[in-house]
Design a protein around this ligand. Structure first.
Ligand code: ADP
Length: 312
């Protein structure tokens, strides 16, 4: 388990992580979601001892990273801006890390195979593409077969096949009972990968719940009803205790109904002898929900053009 308690990190007057508390549990993929600059990387860096908390604590498996005897065997991490020796081959880079962590050399070939780099294992990493670099970073993370895996924006730079591969890998690692924390600034990515979600904005936890709960709480849905007899339908639905909003005018008028599923609403309206021209479940996207939740915490907000394009 990863446990953060009141974790805080400041850089001068900048509060990057602001009193964050959460628990990352084993056996599921936890998504660490937040806009750029939210404090995800800083939090992850503190987990693996690359940064010291200004106050508060974060422990992995009950210990501070600094107290872990063979770090790569306890926590595997892929962090951005990984320092690689550009002249070294992927295989040599992994061999060197394996040797310094007491990991048998044959594990190097296993992880190279696992991440699909066997064919280029002897090329200099300085010539690797961003995607190949990500795969090598993941190989490093898995080298010590650790029970806890922390991946910061692992799909950055990967092609669609690579993205699917990372997703499946994260799920597989969690399925083996490991603790898996994956960060992203993309809700769509998290929706496909994570069982549990920790949303962070401006260094604070905004939500900590299951993916299913997040969808229920934040992705509002309504049923769009169009009928030539709008006024009567609206009256009937309100009388049945439903929330009804009228939108548009003339032939474009529609009712947005909440409180009952589409079938139930159709039965009510049709049962009263009113013709239905449309009955559609409209679900606002999770991306919209995430943007609404973090709107006030986006550090570098886009201008009005981008905002209008993103809204639907
Ligand atoms: P995320 O990973 O969510 O994009 P980061 O953890 O990288 O966010 O950054 C959180 C905030 O802390 C940002 O405002 C960033 O500019 C700031 N920050 C991160 N690292 C440093 C640093 N070494 N010095 C100063 N500010 C930093």
């Amino acid at each position: 388990m990863i446990i953060a308690r009141d974790l805080t990190k400041t850089y001068g007057s900048k509060v990057a992580v602001d009193g964050v508390s959460f628990t990352v549990e084993p056996g599921r993929v936890t998504g660490f979601l937040g806009p750029n600059g939210a404090g995800k990387s800083t939090t992850m860096r503190m987990m693996i001892g690359l940064d010291r908390p200004t106050s508060g604590t974060v422990t992995v498996g009950g210990r501070n990273y600094a107290d872990v005897p063979a770090p790569l065997r306890s926590v595997g991490a892929l962090l951005e801006a990984r320092a690689l020796h550009p002249g070294r081959s992927a295989r040599n880079h992994l061999r060197w890390l394996a040797a310094s962590n007491g990991i048998p050399a044959k594990r190097v070939d296993e992880v190279l195979d696992l991440v699909g780099l066997t064919d280029v294992a002897d090329q200099r990493v300085g010539r690797f593409s961003l995607g190949m670099g990500q795969r090598l970073g993941i190989a490093v993370a898995l080298l010590g077969d650790p029970p806890v895996v922390v991946l910061d924006e692992p799909v950055n730079g990967l092609d669609p096949e690579g993205i699917r591969w990372v997703r499946n890998l994260a799920r597989e690692l969690a399925g083996q009972g490991r603790t898996v924390l994956v960060s992203s600034h993309l809700m769509s990515e998290m929706a496909l990968t994570a069982d549990h979600l920790i949303v962070i904005g401006r260094g604070r936890v905004l939500a900590d719940c299951s993916m299913a709960q997040f969808i229920t709480d934040h992705a509002a849905s309504y049923v769009r009803v169009r009928t030539p007899r709008t006024a009567e339908a609206a009256e009937l639905l309100v009388r049945s205790g439903l929330d009804v909003d009228r939108h548009g005018s003339g032939v474009d008028v529609e009712l947005r109904v909440q409180g009952l599923d589409a079938a139930g609403i159709g039965d009510l309206v049709g049962g009263a002898g009113l013709h239905l021209h449309e009955l559609t479940l409209v679900q606002s996207s999770l991306e919209d929900a995430f943007m609404t939740l973090t709107a006030s915490s986006v550090e570098y907000a886009a201008g009005p053009v981008a905002t209008a394009g993103a809204a639907r």
